[in-house]
Design a protein around this ligand. Sequence first.
Ligand SMILES: Cc1cc2nc3c(=O)[nH]c(=O)nc-3n(C[C@H](O)[C@H](O)[C@H](O)COP(=O)(O)OP(=O)(O)OC[C@H]3O[C@@H](n4cnc5c(N)ncnc54)[C@H](O)[C@@H]3O)c2cc1C
Length: 481
Amino acid sequence: MKDVLVVGAGPTGLLLAGDLAEAGVSVTVLERRGGEESSISRAFGVHARTLEELDARGLADELLTMGVAKVADLRLFERMHIDLSRLPSRFPYLLITPQYNVERVLLKRAVDAGATIVYDAQVTALRQDAGGVTADVRGPDGAVTTHRAAYLVGADGIGSTVRKELGLPFPGKSVLRSIMLADVRLTEEPAQTLTVNGVGDGFAFIAPFGDGWYRVFAWDRRHQVADDAPLTLEEVAEVARRALGTDLGMRDPRWMSRFHSDERQAPRYRVGRVFLVGDAAHCHSPAGGQGMNTGLQDAANLGWKLAAVFRGAPETLLDSYDAERRPVGREVIASSGAIIRLAMIKSRLGRALRGWIGGLVLRIPAVARKAAGQITGVGIAYRRPPGAGKTVGTRASDVLMADGTRLYEALRGGRFVLLGEASVDGWADRVSVVAPAAATATLTLVRPDGYIAWTTGEADPIRRTAALHAALTQWCGPVSR
Ligand SMILES: Cc1cc2nc3c(=O)[nH]c(=O)nc-3n(C[C@H](O)[C@H](O)[C@H](O)COP(=O)(O)OP(=O)(O)OC[C@H]3O[C@@H](n4cnc5c(N)ncnc54)[C@H](O)[C@@H]3O)c2cc1C
């Protein structure tokens, strides 16, 4: 029996599998697709918080080399911009790179760390009992086999079989129907990396793949049809001309499709030994480019907790996954929904007000900071337990260490990091102790996903050590023998 089964080798499942395998947890990913790489990318943007999470795994620099561009001025509409250049992050921008590049980096890391990936393996049913979870898996020849593990994670996307097998609803609604997608070449180079505008009865968005191909999204209020209705390039180009003033000479479509965008969220992310992550747990409009990013951060939140439980941390730690990530999913649905509704404003007056008011509001520094923190994930913080230090639950900044390294380098390998001077004898296999360059009397325990677990400013050495040992036991599990 494996420790964990992950259903789905999308970005979310691959990050999780890599984290578990690196932590020494035995993990199998079951993926219904064949092993071929997809050239149909969905996401284009990797936000700052995701880059920080990848940095904590030694993967960000590699992904940066695969990037098409770094966008620091996120343009929503004519006058509405979100300035990312002042983000308190090593990555003050949105990295433009197709989703398949992210998946390539994550797949390699998961396989190198020892995760087993089984392709042509479609999960059709599952059952759980006190000792584990059993999944029925249909292979390429139609034969059904069973796989069993202590825990199972559904990373199987928006139509999640795992979610359905748990009997969970996926309440919400369709917000945008009949969005047209086309991968094209352009005769004219766009003036900006991302081109976007909405004009009442339509909007268009163009993003580069980086190899001469561009992805166009277009929506036409006047022509709402079923997802399988035929689509011509002229239909896409006509909406682009209306929304952007030009179709930039789009030509040679290699792929075109229609889709609809839903806002939905599962009411629970955990049922017994089964968890939901990524699109299986939540979905929303692609506006703001937060879907893949939110899924990757779900995985980063759950992976170390599962690993900690295998090392003896209390099972209740796993409940904090739902408690921390479901509110984030709710917030992302609200914020991406607000952007898409602004894009769809019909009246000329409404659109003018959108530009003026939105533009002015985003010039207020506190609002600008909040918007940038929300959309990039850098502003996400988890609930602080009563009595805990003020920074508990917040994201740890990538501070410099006395030895010239950075905190996010110390987090690599899925380790906890204790900032300050103290002994972690008994936990040294899970916890690194590092001294920040700026001396401080505070001890800070940082979780492997880069959030602050615990702090103390206690000066009395006996009480300080007792508090540290209690925190290490709570978060990392018992002393290792
Ligand atoms: C047009 C479009 C544009 C987007 N743009 C952005 C963007 O710019 N930024 C952003 O962050 N997000 C964006 N997204 C969203 C992003 O693509 C998704 O949020 C992301 O792919 C979710 O990743 P995931 O791993 O959770 O699920 P998926 O990528 O859907 O992966 C699920 C995997 O599970 C497999 N699977 C499904 N069922 C089974 C089964 N029963 N058994 C075994 N395997 C199964 C599937 O084959 C698939 O490989 C966009 C989405 C769309 C549609």
